[in-house]
Design a protein around this ligand. Structure first.
Ligand SMILES: [Zn+2]
Length: 68
């Protein structure tokens, strides 16, 4: 059972390749290539691309739920 509602549910952690922070935001599901997605790091303010894999898609699904 979960009582701590401040804790995000098992969120996929996307690490910034520049500073290693997980404080990243999904910018777009479509990067410059079909298999990449665009992320933005809130710490070093650098956009970066990531290969679209299960972690990314799960992260995207969770973020969509958050917005609903
Ligand atoms: Zn960063």
């Amino acid at each position: 059972m979960r009582y701590n509602t401040n804790e995000p549910e098992a969120k996929a952690e996307i690490l910034c390749p520049y500073c290693g922070s997980t404080n990243t935001e999904l910018l777009s599901l479509f990067g410059q290539q079909l298999l990449t997605v665009q992320y933005y790091c809130n710490v070093c303010h650098t956009p970066f691309e990531r290969i679209k894999d299960d972690d990314v898609l799960e992260d995207y699904a969770i973020r969509k739920e958050d917005q609903a």
